[in-house]
Design a protein around this ligand. Structure first.
Ligand SMILES: Nc1ncnc2c1ncn2[C@@H]1O[C@H](COP(=O)(O)OP(=O)(O)OP(=O)(O)O)[C@@H](O)[C@H]1O
Ligand SMILES: [Mg+2]
Length: 425
């Protein structure tokens, strides 16, 4: 159960009712209805053919067939609408989670940690669709795949009416294709460093190309072509990695073919013998032959890809919230700040490094008297902005401390301290 709950697909389906309970319920109800319709249609056709053969009244079987037929025609577009809406609502819910995860922590560490920013790029895939369709489209693919799965299983159930072993042989063979072709079903390498860095780079080049801020440099230095090349290379790499990882492999394909062909031959052979021996009526053979064909809907197909593509970013969003909280956490003090600093701000023996980096400030001391102006000048990367970030308490130093009139910044109420500070980064 734990492993199942940790599965991306499980997390994905668990998010749907949180995003919109009514739509999610409607989505599942229509899904199951659509799933059982092919089996119901096989039975309706069998009843109709049987009634014709025996010269019985046709009104009941014709009504039944008509009702199933109309449902078959109408439920698909209705479901498509529900899927699009549910996909949008789910994307909105995920946006809320993502926004909360980014905005809620008082510090900055969670937004500047390269490990988390990889997940952040992946998380935004749910609507940017660099490696798959956005959720409003993906929901319809997923629905279609699940309808086929339920449809195939329902048809297999009907086959129990023929022989206990027939659905086991047939559904077993079709189900086995999921196992045999499992390598092609999910993109397992999605979380490797190579994929994350290609994704981050593509994202970076994309923003360079479309945002106003870098537009000046792009023009001045003639970097438009360079930016585009970079974007195209990274995107192409992503697609190449994805398709390489999920392409169909020859051997499992051959095994799948043999298994499925064998199971179908056995079941249809047996049906033919039963009809030849007069053990099955016309109506019955119509039902069972259709059910046997319908069982093929279980086969490995688009569901796995659509679900994998939609579930991975959802799982990333859900991972980010608990991962970002501690990374951006800062304990607030309680001391009042009004009137400070009256005397001085003092960096006392401050050592600070960004996570995983070397020390930017190393036993650093600086006293800034209240009411004074101070310019800090230094090379790129010397640590000037870092000083300002520490002063705004966006990070805490690893050792030493920043004192405001002799009071450590960490003892002050964070919110009221920030009311006293202003900065233009
Ligand atoms: N979020 C971060 N994660 C890891 N390292 C960082 C981060 N921000 C800055 N650094 C590194 O810390 C060092 C100090 O950076 P900082 O931005 O404080 O320099 P700066 O003096 O403001 O530089 P500039 O003159 O370019 O504005 C640099 O080596 C920089 O690469
Ligand atoms: Mg700077």
């Amino acid at each position: 159960m734990t492993r199942l709950r940790e599965h991306n697909a499980w997390r994905f389906f668990a998010v749907l009712p949180k995003a919109d309970h009514a739509l999610a319920v409607a989505w599942w109800v229509v899904l199951v209805l659509r799933g059982v319709l092919p089996a119901a249609f096989a039975i309706a056709m069998g009843a109709l053919v049987g009634a014709v053969q025996h010269g019985d009244s046709l009104s009941a079987p014709l009504t039944f067939t008509g009702a199933v037929f109309i449902l078959l025609q109408t439920l698909s577009p209705i479901h498509q609408g529900i899927s699009a809406n549910l996909g949008d609502r789910t994307a909105a819910w995920l946006y809320d989670r993502l926004t909360e995860a980014c905005v809620r922590p008082p510090g900055l560490g969670h937004l500047e940690d390269p490990k988390l920013s990889g997940d952040l790029t992946l998380a935004r895939e749910f609507d940017r669709g660099m490696t798959g369709p956005p959720l409003s489209f993906a929901m319809d693919f997923i629905a279609g795949g699940l309808v086929e799965m339920i449809g195939g299983l329902a048809c297999a159930l009907v086959l129990f009416g023929y022989a206990w072993w027939a659905p086991i042989v047939l559904a077993g063979a079709w189900l086995a294709t999921h196992w045999l072709l499992r390598e092609s079903a999910v993109w397992r390498d999605r979380n490797t460093d190579e994929v994350r860095s290609a994704q981050r780079d593509a994202d970076y080049a994309y923003r360079l190309a479309v945002d106003a801020a870098p537009a000046k440099e792009l023009r001045l230095f003639g970097l438009a072509g360079w930016t585009l090349d970079r974007f195209v290379k990274r995107r192409t790499l992503l697609h190449a990695l994805q398709y390489e990882a999920t392409r169909l492999r020859e051997k499992p394909m051959i095994w799948s073919l043999l298994l499925v062909a064998g199971a179908n031959i056995v079941v249809f052979w047996s049906l033919a013998i039963a009809v030849g021996a007069g053990r099955l009526g016309f109506g019955e053979v119509v039902v069972f032959a259709q059910a046997a064909v319908g069982t093929s809907m279980i086969a490995f197909g688009g569901l796995s890809w659509a679900l994998d593509g939609a579930a991975a970013p959802v799982a990333a969003v859900l991972r980010l919230e608990p991962a970002m909280r501690p990374a951006g956490a800062l304990a607030s003090g309680t001391r009042a700040v009004a009137g400070l600093p009256a005397r001085e701000i003092r960096f006392r023996d401050v050592t600070f490094a960004y996570p995983g980096g070397k020390a930017v400030l190393d036993h650093f001391d600086l006293t800034i008297p209240a009411g004074s102006s101070l310019a800090i000048v230094g090379q790129n990367g010397a640590g000037k902005t870092t000083l300002a970030k520490l002063l705004c308490r966006l990070y805490d130093p690893q050792s030493g401390g920043i004192e405001i009139d002799g009071i450590d910044l960490r003892e002050l109420s964070l919110e009221s301290w920030r009311e006293r500070v202003t900065a233009v980064f």
